[in-house]
Design a protein around this ligand. Structure first.
Ligand SMILES: NC(=O)c1ccc[n+]([C@@H]2O[C@H](COP(=O)([O-])OP(=O)(O)OC[C@H]3O[C@@H](n4cnc5c(N)ncnc54)[C@H](O)[C@@H]3O)[C@@H](O)[C@H]2O)c1
Length: 345
């Protein structure tokens, strides 16, 4: 497929297929950026709000023109028409997954606990305001979004979120078990409270999320994709946080068993394993510099051949692939997004 120089392009219909696809992607990125600025704007700045709203309208129109004029196969989002449920989506990676899936055409149910749950966690969890902001960001892409406050330690609360997907959108295709918490300490010195909260949220929470969604996915009969966010610590024996390592390895076992159990229903189950991710609640709350200073083996674990960190969007792109039909025969996979961390000598 050849690309023509910019000067020769007259309108969207003239663009070759690859260029149209790229243009659509760029527009979606700009829509997200403008939507973010709009969501962050205070009430007082009315002039700026007007400008941003006008820009958002123009960008959406341009994306609409592009969609009208191109073949459906080429410009349709990669998860167009699907519905996703994401836990821990008020901030960090969960928010990024919600926006990325929406950019590619999914409607989204976002959930988060939205309050602190234990004194054994060294940083605050997300707020209701942050969850509402995620809703705004998803809506800024042009997709629909609903928020449900739910603690993944309670299957009843996660079921309410699944019910919301059913009531609002009439379907569910993608489930991302992303909610997670972390703390640190020598394995033999961790308090029971520290152990319990990390294992309950990270492992039992992933099980609760899966078991809340599975009956409906089976009943709907249209297959599905369950993605569980593990960690490089779900592959290697990182220190000093054995409870976190155990919980993230546990998620892998759960994924492996579920991927076999659910294959007859065309429901795929995979894990994603990020290395340190920049600017999330966990990476700010449990700083790598502190851990590295305390524990030389952690410093070794945090040394990645490609880059010291990845960004939330890098992880979201892996989630997107596993969620989309491009991954239709991918199940039981441990998908690393780790800048080479777990493969290094
Ligand atoms: N940040 C990293 O370096 C890193 C690396 C590898 C894996 N991970 C994993 O990525 C996932 C996302 O973490 P993040 O880095 O975005 O951190 P984050 O703290 O920004 O996001 C986690 C979200 O989960 C929510 N949450 C916590 N407990 C919950 C509960 N009981 N019920 C519902 N929601 C709950 C929090 O409020 C928060 O919004 C986690 O599973 C984490 O273990 C993080």
């Amino acid at each position: 497929m050849s690309r023509r120089p910019e000067a020769e392009r007259s309108d969207w219909t003239d663009l070759d297929l690859l260029t149209r696809q790229e243009a659509y992607g760029r527009l979606q990125e700009e829509i997200t950026e403008t939507g973010t600025r709009l969501a962050e704007l205070g009430d007082s700045d009315e002039a700026e709000r007007g400008l941003l709203e006008a820009r958002l309208r123009a960008l959406r129109e341009a994306a609409g023109d592009l969609t009208d004029n191109a073949t459906t196969e080429v410009v349709m989002g990669r998860v167009q028409g699907k519905v996703a449920l994401i836990t821990g989506a008020a901030r960090g990676q969960g928010r990024s997954h919600a926006v990325r899936l929406a950019e590619e055409g999914a409607d989204v149910v976002v959930t988060d606990v939205c309050h602190d749950i234990s004194d054994a966690l060294p940083y605050p969890l997300a707020s209701k305001e942050e969850l509402d902001e995620t809703v705004e960001l998803v809506r800024a892409t042009g997709r629909r979004c609903v928020a449900v406050q739910a603690d993944v330690r309670s299957v009843t609360e996660v079921r309410a979120a699944v019910d919301a997907a059913r009531a609002e959108f009439g379907r569910l295709d993608i489930v991302v078990a992303n909610a997670g918490v972390m703390s640190s300490g020598s394995a033999w010195e961790l308090s029971e409270e520290a152990w319990d909260v990390v294992v309950d949220v990270n492992l039992k929470g992933a099980w609760n999320t899966a078991r809340a969604a599975i009956p409906w996915l089976i009943e709907a009969g249209a297959g599905g994709s369950i993605i569980m966010i593990s960690s490089a610590a779900g592959i290697r024996g990182h220190v000093p946080y054995a409870h976190y390592v155990a919980s993230k390895h546990g998620v892998v076992g759960l994924m492996k068993a579920l991927s076999n159990e659910l294959a007859p229903h065309r429901i795929r189950v995979n894990t994603v394993h990020p290395t340190g991710v920049s600017d999330t609640g966990i990476s700010v709350g449990v700083p790598v510099e502190e851990l590295a200073a305390r524990e030389p083996l952690f410093a070794l674990a945090a040394m990645n051949p490609l880059a010291p960190y990845v960004e939330p969007r890098d992880v979201s792109n892996a989630v997107l692939f596993l969620a989309s039909d491009e991954g239709r025969y991918v199940t039981g996979l441990q998908f690393t997004v780790d800048a080479g961390s777990t493969n290094k000598p």
